[in-house]
Design a protein around this ligand. Structure first.
Ligand SMILES: Nc1ncnc2c1ncn2[C@@H]1O[C@H](COP(=O)(O)OP(=O)(O)OP(=O)(O)O)[C@@H](O)[C@H]1O
Length: 550
């Protein structure tokens, strides 16, 4: 730049443009090279930093999601979806932004501080040492303040998480919200939680502001002190005027860099708190692994299920024992129906066969092998087929929803499973057939259609054991008949546990168990239990006329 200005000043009165151009050439080229170099380094530095930030965020996101998927079902009982999603989104975003800002601003400030500190030491070690005396106390105050702000930041993020969870629940259950005209109430709940988050954020901003103001005051104080000390050393001829000037300029550069660091402080606090929350989930180890253990080869798998002295309470409600010394034997290839009043532990039995939870005492065995020794992934992918009351479909095509049961199944396998589930006919009537998109959670299908797709999905893996947890209870009589016919088809050659309230669903079972307070109180065939005129009879009494009539 200086070279160009020199040349320009010489040529202000000269009109010889040729000479002007030739003399300008070298400095201008130097300047262009410098600017190009600077642009290149800016590009290199920004793209490298962005690249690194994105890689770290991607890695954290993948590790976090993988860790979440591995957690025990009890973890999901205790956490709200919105809270988990916040860690995957907002927290990782906060961590990434903080990382980028800290590296870019921090690197610049650190090089300036180191470079200028060296020149300060070279100019006057005495003055430098005096200026640095107060640094330990600043570090101490900064550490204490930092930990207070970090805890506020953690609280703020937890509150943001809560607000997101409220919004998430309202949006995913929008039909229920609308049906109960709770739109205003949900809005109020969200605003209340969001307001708390805003207040905490404001408190955090206030704390960061105080910290930055304090840092600036301290830094300006050091400049004043340097001036005073420099004046003294100048008057006593220990330093020249030039040295005092250089010292001041270097000290001011350090001051500006430190002010920059204090500005970064807020972002670092947020990033650390967000990173801490992400790593908290990443480092969580589930109590049971998803893979590993014994696999029973297909040809030896019979499907006998035995509960032996099982005692179980849900991990989130340890004080309520749902099953106590519970015994149950389901012979291979038989259908066992479990009936009983609501809340008696019927679905819990299914959850334990799926090994969603481990029993507290006793054991659940399949073909004589304790579930804890079997490979859970094999168990769920191959041995068990679960069909529950509310079939959950994914927002993709019917084909992919059924194929979810066995990702390597051919289109023909999918069609066969759909035929077995009485679903092929209605699917073929859709204009796009198996390629029909089902909408979020299968919103564009009827209850009976969704259930039959869920049955096809479960049948595709050809499981030896079928678990039907109130599979037809949400359907009207007409859909129930079709779905029931599909289930009767599906039962052939499999061990089946059916949980149902409807007489029509259970009367054909080989054995019917009546559960009361987690204990089997009656057991036998429909006819036998009818004659007993006990719990079963009482439970099914009201349904009898219709059932007998139908
Ligand atoms: N995830 C869970 N965490 C804590 N407690 C649970 C959980 N699921 C069920 N419970 C409790 O365990 C008990 C048995 O519930 P379960 O769902 O097995 O009953 P059920 O007989 O299937 O009832 P329903 O016929 O109404 O479906 C109930 O008191 C219930 O509140």
């Amino acid at each position: 730049m200086g070279g160009v200005i020199n040349v320009l000043s010489r040529f202000t009165h000269e009109q010889d443009s040729k000479l002007f151009i030739s003399e300008m050439k070298l400095p201008a080229l130097k300047l262009i090279a410098m600017y190009l170099g600077q642009s290149f380094f800016t590009f290199f530095y920004i793209s490298m930093l962005s690249n690194l930030g994105e890689k770290i965020a991607f890695r954290m996101k993948s590790d976090l999601f993988a860790s979440i998927l591995k957690q025990d079902i009890a973890f999901f009982d205790a956490q709200r979806t919105g809270e988990i999603v916040t860690r995957l989104t907002a927290d990782i975003q906060d961590f990434k932004s903080s990382f980028k800002q800290t590296i870019s601003g921090g690197l610049r400030a650190a090089t300036q501080i180191i470079g200028c500190s060296v020149s300060l030491l070279m100019i006057s070690p005495y003055m430098t040492c005096i200026s640095m005396l107060c640094i330990p106390s600043v570090i101490a105050v900064g550490t204490v303040f930092g930990s207070i702000l970090r805890s506020t930041s953690r609280k703020t993020q937890a509150q943001v998480e809560k607000a997101t969870a409220v919004a998430d629940e309202a949006i995913s259950n929008i039909r229920t919200v609308r049906a109960f005209a709770m739109d205003d109430q949900e809005e109020i709940m969200f605003v209340q939680e969001a307001e708390k988050a805003k207040d905490l954020n404001e408190a955090l901003g206030f704390g960061i502001g105080i910290f930055q103001a304090g840092t600036n005051l301290f830094l300006n104080g050091t400049v004043l002190m340097t001036l005073y000390l420099g004046g003294y050393l100048l008057s006593t001829n220990q330093l020249s005027a030039g040295e005092v000037m250089s010292f001041l300029i270097s000290a001011q550069t350090i001051q500006r860099s430190l002010a920059q660091v204090s500005l970064l402080f807020g972002s670092v606090i947020k990033g650390l708190a967000a990173g801490g929350r992400v790593f908290e989930y990443i480092n969580m180890t589930p109590s049971m692994n998803l893979k590993g253990g014994r696999i029973i080869p297909d040809k030896f798998l019979k499907g006998e299920i035995v509960f032996q002295n099982v005692t179980f309470a849900y991990p989130t409600r340890k004080q309520q024992v749902v099953l106590e010394n519970f015994n149950l034997s389901v012979p291979a290839g038989k259908t066992v129906a479990i009936v009983g009043a609501s809340g008696n532990g019927k679905s819990t039995i299914v959850a334990l066969v799926e090994r969603f939870y481990d029993v507290d005492n006793g054991s659940v065995k399949i073909d004589g092998y304790d579930l804890k020794t079997l490979d859970p992934s094999w168990l769920r992918r191959k041995a068990l087929g679960l069909i529950s009351q509310e079939p959950i479909l994914f927002g993709t095509t019917i084909l992919e929803n059924i194929r979810y049961g066995k990702p390597d199944a051919t289109d023909e396998d999918v069609r066969k499973a759909a035929q077995l589930a009485n679903a092929d006919e209605f699917i073929s009537h859709f204009p796009n057939g198996y390629q029909t998109m089902v909408g979020e959670r299968g919103a564009t299908l009827s209850g009976g259609q969704k259930q039959r797709i869920a049955i096809a999905r479960a049948l595709l893996k050809d499981p030896k054991i079928l678990l039907l947890d109130e599979a037809t209870s949400a359907l009207d009589a007409e859909s129930e008949k079709v779905v029931q016919a599909a289930l009767d088809n599906a039962r052939k050659g499999r061990t089946v546990i059916v949980i149902a309230h409807r007489l029509s669903t259970v009367r054909n079972a080989d054995i019917i168990l009546v559960l009361n307070n987690g204990k089997i109180v009656e057991m036998g065939t429909h006819e036998h239990l009818q004659q007993l005129k006990g719990y079963y009879w009482a439970l099914t009494y009201q349904q009898q006329p219709q059932a007998e009539g139908g």
